[in-house]
Structures are given as C-alpha cells and as structure tokens.
Design a protein around this ligand. Sequence first.
Ligand SMILES: [Fe+2]
Ligand SMILES: [Fe+2]
Length: 256
Amino acid sequence: MKLLFVGDLVGRAGREVLAKQLPKIQQQYNIDCTIVNGENAAHGKGITRRIYHQIKSLKVDAITMGNHTFSKGELLDFIDEAEILVRPMNLSPLHKGKSVLVLPVCGKRLAVVNLCGQVFMDRIERDPFECMQEILRDNPADLYFVDLHGETTSEKITFAHVFAKRCVGICGTHTHVQTADERILNGCGFISDTGMCGAWDSVLGRDKEEVIRHMVYHEATRYTIAEGPAVFCAVVITVNETTWRAEAIERIQIRP
Ligand SMILES: [Fe+2]
Ligand SMILES: [Fe+2]
C-alpha cells in the first residue's frame, strides 16, 4: 500500500503545481491513497467551496487542514457536505466538521486524522496528545495516518515517539519548509515537516517584498500570496501488506 501525502498548498501557485505533478506521481508510485493539506489553498488562508471541489477532482481522497481552516467564512456553509475534508480536532471552533475520516484502502480501514500542535500556535483548545488518545479509543480503524500541523519540530518528534506504534504515518505540516528527517519509527513513516506546494521565490509562499516591508520596515501589510513557478513537496509512505506497518518513507521535493 502506498500513501501519498502532499504538504500545504499555498494559493494559486500551489494548486497549479499540484494539478501538474499529482497525476505523474500517482502513476509513478502506484499510489493507493492521496491526502493533501489544503489549509492555505484559497489565497493563502483557508479553503472555498470551489477550491475544495477543484482539489477533490484531482483524485484526492482526503484534504487535511490547519490553523487557517476557518479563515474563509464560507467553509461553515459547506463543511457538513465536504465529505473528504478533515479539520484539526483541537482548533477552535471545536464542533464544526470532522477530525477523523475513515477511508477504505486496499481492503483496510484507514483513519485520516488532523491535529494541531500547541507550541507557539493560537486558538488551540486542547492538548494534541490527549486528543490522539481519544481518537484511538473512539474511532476503530486498521491503520491511522496523522497530519500534525505544528510550529515546532520538538513537539512533532515527541508526538511521533508517543504514537508511532499505533500509526502508519505521522507527517508534520505548517512550517512550509520540508525537513530532511524522514524515517521509519516503530513501523510508522514520520517526517517533522512535509513542506509546501507554493511559489518558490517567496517567504513560505507569501510575497517576499511584502514580508520584507513588514519585517524590516514594520509596515502594515496585506497577506499577498507570491506568484510564479512553485515547489512541490510531499512524502510517499509504503505500508507492508503482510504486517500492515510502514516499511519506507520517501521525501519528494520538486523545485521549479
Ligand atoms: Fe500552512
Ligand atoms: Fe498553518
């Protein structure tokens, strides 16, 4: 079983590079299940109905989110119909949409889980460790995959040490910078951060001139998303179909 997980799509550049690379990668790796982080898909913050359907139409099985989940108010109008959308369990508001999506993959029930880290993050109402215990207790499945959306590598690595034995994949998102620490930990494919799909000549997908004006000259700026050729970041996790444990994780980074 091959799982493909694609890091934060940032704006149009991210959506376009996804559409360009996804069919090739799905074919090349013989992917059985594709999960994409869409928290920045709509102009860098949140997701709209149109973009949700656009991503879904690319043979994506689950769309995970992050701290920007509710940045576009219109999500609340369609979240109950957005069957493949998974939002962080511990992010406020807590009771909109779902945080676990169980998918049939290769004859197994794969639970796709989305959680936010707590360290240096806003509006996180619950401890991700406690939430994960609850998910494992209340959502029976054969395999668990977690998109852990967090700022710090330490929190994500600690989470992996605690839950690796119960999961086939624990992949970090949110920093938009891919880390080179992918490994198999107790039968679980882990990476601290998967990286982003977004404009390469940018600051984390945002317009670099604007970020410079803000950081260096303290100007109030908008949230302008960078345009131009984009990087594509993802991982492929191979799950052994006898033991049903992960046996390989491969990092993908395609620069323009
Ligand atoms: Fe992000
Ligand atoms: Fe984020």
